[in-house]
Design a protein around this ligand. Structure first.
Ligand SMILES: NC(=O)c1ccc[n+]([C@@H]2O[C@H](COP(=O)([O-])OP(=O)(O)OC[C@H]3O[C@@H](n4cnc5c(N)ncnc54)[C@H](O)[C@@H]3O)[C@@H](O)[C@H]2O)c1
Length: 428
């Protein structure tokens, strides 16, 4: 028998006050019986409440399935090569195996780790047929398509080492009753810091300035002609979840003219007031008001190609765009064209529609008419060493819960058994 009750997770933020969620939950369970206790917990900080309650999941399909010791676990990670040998804190690499090797072996599990992920002969496609658990990372995404789900007959759990599980076909996961979990919150500060850095480097025209110095040149006017201050600009985020909200928080001391957000989920009034953010409900209206737009929503059916030629035509001329969410949210060619024409002054981010990005990907070299405006880097904003510690620990804790048949943290569940648990991957 399972008793699960978390009704307050279904409340929407703007209807409740900060004091309205006084209870926490805990659960004990035997293989057959799960008992849920409600208890009064210490008042959480309001950032914690915002993340865990307002952004939280319903968490009502968190039952785990029976698991056998020795079940194969497959991890697709990126190669760290020399860097990973020299730096053991590069946990998210093939070499350092999320720091899980010893523990998993001691538990009797087979742990297969590889970076080979493309095509039928890849380790990913070879081993997915036997794996019970798949660990992937957005930084080197192993794309678990609907076709591969058909072959993954033994698969029960997908764990994303990081945040963002769009590389898993989530509708197929629902259909096949495979749970998808990620380590929510693990790298959101890392990304928010990168967003602020990217805004500054675009607005202040930093990259061409540095390149000029490396070349041995010195011509201040060539840089200053396209350098501005962030102060006094209108900055808006598409998506005001964990990252988007942290970006807004970090912008407050810059004295922007206004902070805006566009999200189908309204911020709790207290949260919006704390950063003085105004919600704009129409996307075209929203982008037409912004000097700087940052994208901080997940990639799903409703956001793929969201920033396309049509939407870009509603941007202010000379606006800057920062996207560390997912490359495919922005139309590759439309962005390159807008930058080339000067309609966009700059585009920066670390996410690409294909990863690793091909050598001739237009985003590597695109420039504005003055030869700047490109702040692209490889996908690393959420994989700082600090973040790697957090998401490696988070993956371990998800696996521990799974092996011990304990409920998972609700905020980590993207897809539960046969249904979406998150509210962030589109309105359903
Ligand atoms: N570059 C990196 O290293 C990196 C690291 C972490 C996360 N990310 C990306 O950032 C995304 C957001 O992460 P988060 O932790 O803030 O997630 P989150 O779930 O806390 O917040 C996502 C927000 O986006 C909103 N949203 C969803 N669809 C939308 C739409 N169509 N229009 C406007 N808003 C919409 C949701 O309502 C939610 O408020 C992740 O899904 C991932 O793709 C990138």
């Amino acid at each position: 028998m399972t008793i699960l009750s978390r009704p307050w997770f279904g409340l929407t933020g703007h209807t409740i006050s900060q004091e309205a969620i006084p209870y926490g939950t805990t659960a004990l369970q035997s293989p057959k019986i799960r008992i849920l206790f409600l208890y009064r917990k210490r008042p959480a900080s309001w950032q914690e409440r915002y993340d865990n309650d307002w952004l939280g999941t319903t968490g009502d399909s968190t039952e785990t399935k029976d698991t056998q010791p020795g079940a194969p676990i497959l991890a697709i990670l990126y190669n760290g090569f020399k860097a990973a040998e020299e730096e053991p804190r590069l946990l998210g690499t093939v070499e350092n195996r999320l720091g899980l090797q010893e523990w998993l072996t001691s538990q009797g599990h087979e742990f297969i780790v590889s970076s080979s992920k493309e095509g039928p002969d890849s380790d990913f496609q070879k081993h997915i047929t036997d794996a019970e658990i798949l660990i992937t990372t957005p930084f080197h995404p192993g794309y678990l398509t609907a076709d591969l789900f058909e072959k993954a007959k033994k698969l029960k759990l997908c764990v994303t080492a990081g945040v963002g599980s769009d590389h898993i076909d989530l509708n197929a996961a629902v259909k096949h009753k495979v749970q998808v979990l990620e380590v929510s919150g693990s790298n959101v500060v890392s990304v928010a810091e990168h967003v602020i850095m990217s805004m500054l480097l675009l607005v202040r025209n930093f990259v061409p300035a540095h390149e000029m110095i490396e070349r041995g040149d010195w011509q201040v006017s060539d840089i200053a002609r396209n350098a501005f201050d962030l102060e006094g600009k209108v900055v808006g985020t598409i998506g005001a979840g964990r990252i988007g909200y942290r970006v807004l928080q970090r912008l407050v001391p810059f004295d922007c003219k206004e902070l805006l957000y566009y999200d189908y989920a309204a911020l709790p009034q207290a949260a919006a007031d704390a950063v003085k953010a105004r919600r704009v409900e129409d996307l075209k209206e929203f982008v037409s008001q912004c000097d700087v737009v940052t994208v901080n929503c997940p990639l799903h059916e409703g956001t793929k190609g969201l920033v396309n030629e049509e939407l870009l035509s509603h941007f202010k001329k000379g606006a800057w765009l920062v996207n560390t969410a997912r490359g495919a949210i922005c139309d590759k060619d439309a962005v390159a064209k807008a930058l080339k024409s000067g309609h966009l002054s700059g585009y920066a981010g670390d996410v690409w529609n294909v990863q690793p990005a091909p050598k001739d990907h237009v985003w590597r070299t695109m420039k504005n008419p003055l030869g700047g405006g490109n702040g692209m880097v490889p996908h690393y904003s959420g994989t700082t060493l600090d973040a790697q510690t957090r998401y490696a620990n988070g993956v371990k804790s998800i696996l521990e819960n799974y092996f011990d048949n304990k409920p998972q943290e609700p905020q980590n569940i993207i897809v539960g058994l046969g249904k979406y648990e998150t509210k962030a991957y589109g309105q359903r």
